[in-house]
Design a protein around this ligand. Structure first.
Ligand code: UT7
Length: 331
């Protein structure tokens, strides 16, 4: 099918909860230390949602900022997609709850469960809707309240995650716009689904007293194995997009990858042979907010003036599934 329109990112926003949990706070909770966390992950602080905040609350705040930056009103949005694995409920979707909070009615709204690349997957879907003319302004959100499903007795995982939301608006681009979504790629390999999993709470293992006692509703991860696959999968996704668009690494102004581990980001940058100054990193402030890492960092980089109009930005992520994907834009 021939695409009729181009798409662009017309607005961005993010929101993180006020409460900060730093490495020294974690030392008091579990057998860990600041030095291990910093050297092995690059993380220092992460944000924790207030007891009365759920994913839709964080997403709502981020969306207001994205709408403002796009100079649009909620009534201009004709599709809402939320990438999340820690939505308010198993159902209804968090996208429906965000729509309600924004006063958006009678437009499609749904969640995408793709682990950390949730926002990339959601953007990829939004792109199809804009390019084929079905939608003009899609609200695309990555949000997580992962700390609700973290086991604070497991030092292998509890130091890694934080809460936050990033929202973007993907709009139809006018012919005169220099901003464009250039291309996107998404992929998955379910053979690795056991490496990163919340075992209980679904139809396979419904909640019982025992599953709660055994902490099976929390994140279980084989970190080492995920690490290796992360570098491999993001590299092949980035490489595919560069080749498909006849670009070399030198044409990329910014590489913005999922913020899961500074060593993963460094390893990917090295493999791609990209200048270190072109790699956007904010992992020390928010740790791993899963589907929210990229839209939060994107918004920060735009607002700080790092990413400027016309810059080529390559974004890439990987996560539970295992899933992976990339989005290439001229901002
Ligand atoms: O968002 C997508 C999914 N997540 C990821 O991308 C995570 C990918 N994986 C990673 O980032 C890394 O594998 C981790 C940060 C999770 C772990 O780093 P690692 O270098 O792979 O450490 P390891 O699991 O091989 O553990 C090394 C040692 C172990 O001790 P022994 O057996 O060598 O005595 C662990 O028990 O480090 C120990 N360890 C800790 N020590 C202090 C593990 N976690 C901690 C901790 N504090 N928090």
């Amino acid at each position: 099918m021939v695409n009729r329109y181009y798409a662009k990112i017309s607005g961005t926003g993010h929101y993180v909860p006020e409460k900060v949990l730093n490495n020294f706070d974690l030392e008091k909770i579990v057998d860990t230390n600041d030095e291990w966390i910093r050297t092995r992950t690059g993380m220092f602080e992460r944000r924790i949602a207030a007891p009365d905040q759920a994913a839709s609350d964080l997403a709502y705040e981020a969306s207001l900022k994205a709408l403002e930056s796009a100079n649009l009103r909620a009534k201009d949005i004709d599709l809402v997609i939320v990438g999340t694995i820690s939505g308010d409920h198993a159902f209804p979707s968090t996208a429906c709850l965000v729509s309600k909070k924004l006063g958006i009615k009678n437009v499609p709204a749904f969640d995408v469960s793709a682990g950390c690349p949730g926002w990339i997957y959601a953007s990829n879907i939004a792109l199809q809707f804009v390019e084929n003319g079905t939608s003009k302004n899609v609200l695309v959100i990555g949000v997580e309240v992962l700390t609700r499903i973290v086991n604070y007795e497991d030092r292998n995982t509890c130091v890694l995650f934080g809460d936050g939301a990033g929202a973007t608006i993907m709009s139809r681009a006018e012919p005169k716009d220099i901003s464009r979504v250039i291309d996107s790629d998404i992929s998955a390999d379910g053979h690795y689904s056991d490496l990163l999993i919340q075992p209980a709470g679904g139809s396979k293992m419904p909640a019982t007293e025992q599953t709660v006692k055994d902490k099976l509703h929390t994140i279980h991860m084989e970190g080492n194995k995920v690490f290796k696959l992360a570098v491999k999968s993001m590299y092949s996704s980035c490489d595919l997009l560069l080749k498909r668009n006849n670009l070399d690494v030198k044409s990329i102004d910014w590489l913005l990858t999922h913020q899961a581990n500074l060593r993963i980001i460094d390893a990917l940058g090295k493999k791609m042979k990209i200048d270190k100054d072109k790699v956007i990193i904010n992992i020390e402030k928010y740790a791993n907010t899963s589907a929210a890492t990229i839209p939060i960092a994107l918004d920060e980089a735009i607002r700080s003036g790092k990413i400027r109009k016309g810059d080529i930005v390559l974004m890439s992520s990987f996560g539970a599934g295992l899933t992976s994907g990339s989005l290439l834009i001229r901002y």
